[in-house]
Design a protein around this ligand. Structure first.
Ligand code: SAH
Ligand code: DHB
Ligand code: MG
Length: 218
């Protein structure tokens, strides 16, 4: 789903809030040149991730789903001194493009990329992390959520991208594996007393989607 007005408004708002950023522009250009799908977070969502991470003074970030490292750059820039970001990516080619983009953006030294199925890599990861961004294959969201909680402490913020999927998330009859993954995640969140959460719908150049933010409180 897409709407010209959403795009016009996003362009207008971005013009007022987002300065020209050569490293981020170069990352998107390199992603396109390498044939990566244009499914990075939007510029405004990237900035919001950055602001949230700075507000939380985070020094450890876990990202699941690197792609070309666009969201990774936004998050890594927010790390407090000596901070570290670990990002997990299935596709070696995506990881290679991300590595170049991160180095060009000047945050390569703060970021470790591990390549493999996140569900296989996560059990070997030790926490806790201050912020966890889940943005990989949507059917695995329940697994990633469980691992994220294991890797959380009180005060950890867990953010999950793409929880609206053009509104399909509210369709009880959907058989789309991604939608089923998000719906299963929401059922788990509903019963999880360790978090207080909010899910926000978004529209813009990336269409109609949304993200979940959950603060670990116990
Ligand atoms: N966070 C990125 C976008 C990630 S797109 C950004 O906003 O810039 C989703 C990524 O998850 C893709 O690169 C895809 O290859 C990766 N992915 C898909 N399945 C995966 C899996 N099982 N384990 C790890 N990564 C996976
Ligand atoms: C898809 C994945 C994403 O992380 C995203 O932001 C948009 C789309 C996808 O797999 O289709
Ligand atoms: Mg996403």
């Amino acid at each position: 789903m897409s709407n010209p007005q959403w795009q016009a408004v996003e362009n207008f708002l971005n013009g007022a809030t987002l300065p020209v950023d050569p490293a981020l522009d170069a990352a998107l250009a390199e992603n396109a040149a390498a044939g990566l799908p244009p499914i990075d977070v939007s510029p405004a969502q990237g900035r919001l991730l950055n602001l949230i991470a700075r507000l939380g003074k985070v020094s450890t970030i876990l990202e699941i789903g690197t792609l070309g490292g666009y969201s990774t750059i936004w998050l890594a820039r927010a790390l407090s001194a000596g901070g570290h970001l670990l990002t997990l990516e299935l596709e070696p080619k995506h990881a290679e493009v991300a590595r170049e983009n991160l180095n060009r953006a000047g945050v390569g030294d703060r970021v470790e990329i591990r390549v493999g199925m996140a569900a296989d890599l996560l059990p070997q990861v030790g926490g806790p992390f201050d912020l966890i961004f889940i943005d990989a294959d949507k059917p695995s969201n329940p697994i990633y959520w469980k691992e994220a909680l294991r890797l959380s402490d009180i005060g950890t913020l867990i953010i999950v991208d793409n929880v609206v999927r053009d509104g399909a998330v509210a369709d009880e009859a959907s058989e789309d594996p991604g939608v089923l993954g998000v719906r299963a995640l929401m059922e788990i969140v509903a019963k999880e007393s360790r978090v207080e959460a909010a899910a926000i719908q978004t529209v813009g150049t990336k269409g109609y989607d949304g993200f979940l933010t959950a603060l670990v409180v116990a």
